[in-house]
Design a protein around this ligand. Structure first.
Ligand code: CMX
Length: 471
């Protein structure tokens, strides 16, 4: 593939080739000290062979039919892309490389005994398919801490944003600006071989994951606090550092919550808007920064990640309107009815794939039952869980009346003092990076092609079937 491309690109000089080779060699030499990258490199030949075998053996098999309803209805249920890091079952919920959330909470190494797993541990699992040891997790934590620095011009961009610019817009802006230092963009420009794309994508991924807490916390501090950021601790884990940057590092329960939060929001197979967008944009060989920034813009939609902000806005509007922090079941019912009558959705409920209560909701509920059972807002969230599914089901059109991940997250954050709900989707975004970038590495390992599904016009669909219906 590489030689073909070089043959058709006479402008590629020997010096560019040499420079590409030395870049690749640089990545290989740094790999010696990087446990995760070493393991990934070992796995690649076997996984490429498996992928090739599946293509050769089953390439002509059908994955199911596509109906006109599916094309008109947001492509629901169409099996049209590969996503190896996680798989969503409508009833069981998400499995990360085969493990459910309860299994992850039991099997992944933790920082505190009996505590929550860390996003670093999950990332190792997502990238390798293997449960890491505590030592391997520590090596990822240290590597991310060592890479955590942000160019001054990116800080300046964030600092120049008006505080009225939504934190998600600021986050996407900063991620796009970090693209300035993309290893992949540079390596591509210098003519790296397709077989080696994964290597600078891995480097960009690690850099981006490392920098996200710094830019996310800078946004938080600028918009809601005094704009000053503390230094990070190279010996601390990712969530401890992120919590410290946000100003909550001394609250051990908040740090535990953040660990859980960053794990459960990371990945939800490939079809959701943020995951699919990152994957789609990455398929054009846009680097991880451009790809993930695009995904963040999708996450900022109120039907997707922004729903966590909307849930709290909605609950707080309800308690304000009713003049009580503990509304009765009857009052909640009436408020739900008025929301639906006004043509709005009840945020935090429903899902395009799930048909049961989201296990990510349950994990957060368990955390709340353990740590904040008496919180009045948690009691309201619990009452909503009792009431809303029945109300939504009665409408007769919703396919899943049960709560999703966003129905619960805000109340937990608020309990520990993170009360600025416009910021909540940024936390979702930092977490989502672990999932979508983990898969993006595999997209390049497997040399997945540029995405290009077929679209139709309404007219062409009509024409396709009108003669058939006359028969
Ligand atoms: N409140 C009121 N009506 C709802 C509803 C809700 N929470 N969820 C779905 N419906 C309605 C839909 O709007 C749709 O109505 P129309 O036929 O009039 O258009 C009907 O029920 C059928 O929808 P569906 O097939 O069950 O759901 P979709 O797959 O189309 O949409 C989702 C899924 C999540 C967008 C939708 O349930 C929703 O809008 N929920 C509220 C927003 C939310 O919580 N989003 C977060 C999802 C998780 C995440 O990505 O973070």
């Amino acid at each position: 593939m590489f030689s073909l491309r070089m043959a058709t690109k006479p402008a590629a000089t020997t010096s560019r080739l040499l420079s590409a080779m030395s870049l690749s060699a640089r990545f290989k030499s740094t790999a010696a000290s990087q446990g995760l990258k070493d393991r990934l490199r070992e796995l690649i030949p076997q996984k490429r062979a498996e992928f090739k075998e599946v293509k050769e053996k089953y390439g002509k098999e059908s994955l199911g039919e596509v109906t006109v309803d599916m094309a008109l209805g947001g492509m629901r249920g169409i099996k049209g892309l590969v996503w190896d890091t996680s798989l969503l079952d409508a009833n069981e919920g998400i499995r990360f490389r085969g493990y459910t959330i309860p299994e992850l909470r039991e099997k992944l190494p933790t920082v505190t005994p009996g505590g929550e797993p860390t996003p670093e541990a999950l990332f190792w699992l997502l990238v390798t398919g293997e449960l890491p040891t505590a030592e391997q997790v520590k090596s990822v934590s240290q590597e991310l801490a060592a890479r955590a620095s942000v160019p001054q011009f990116v800080n300046d961009i964030i600092d120049s944003c008006p505080s009225t610019l939504h934190p998600m817009s600021q986050l996407a802006l900063a991620v796009n600006a970090l693209q300035h230092d993309s290893n992949f963009a540079k390596a591509y420009h210098e003519g790296i071989s397709k077989n080696d794309y994964w290597d600078p994508v891995y480097e960009d991924t690690m850099d981006l994951l490392a920098k996200l807490p710094l830019i996310a916390a800078r946004i938080y501090r600028n918009v809601f606090k005094d704009g000053k950021l503390p230094a990070i601790d190279n010996s601390a884990d990712y969530s401890q550092n992120f919590a410290t940057l946000l100003g909550f590092g001394e609250n051990t329960k908040f740090v535990e919550l953040l660990r859980l939060y960053l794990v459960i929001h990371s990945d939800h197979e490939g079809g959701n808007v943020s995951a699919h967008t990152t994957h789609l944009v990455g398929s054009a060989l846009s680097d991880p920064y451009h790809s993930f920034a695009a995904g963040l813009n999708g996450l900022a939609g109120p039907l997707h990640g922004l729903a966590n902000q909307e849930v709290l806005n909605w609950i707080l509007s309800m308690t304000k309107e009713l003049g009580t922090t503990t509304p009765t079941e009857e009052q909640i019912r009436e408020y739900c009815d008025s929301t639906l009558k006004s043509g709005r959705v009840i945020p935090g409920y429903g899902h395009a794939v799930l048909r049961k209560t989201d296990p990510r909701y349950m994990a957060q509920r368990e955390f709340a039952l353990k740590h904040l059972p008496e919180d009045p807002l948690f009691k309201t969230v619990s009452n909503l869980y009792k009431i809303v599914p029945e109300i939504l089901s009665k409408q007769g059109k919703i396919k899943n009346p049960w709560p999703n991940v966003d129905a619960h997250s805000g109340v937990l954050l608020r309990h520990y003092g993170l009360v600025e709900q416009n910021y909540y989707t940024v936390l979702f975004g930092v977490s989502r990076a672990f999932g979508v970038l983990g898969q993006l590495i595999w997209d390049r390992v497997l040399c997945l092609p540029i995405e290009r599904p077929k679209s139709l016009t309404t007219e062409s669909i009509k024409k396709m079937f009108e003669n058939k219906s006359k028969l």
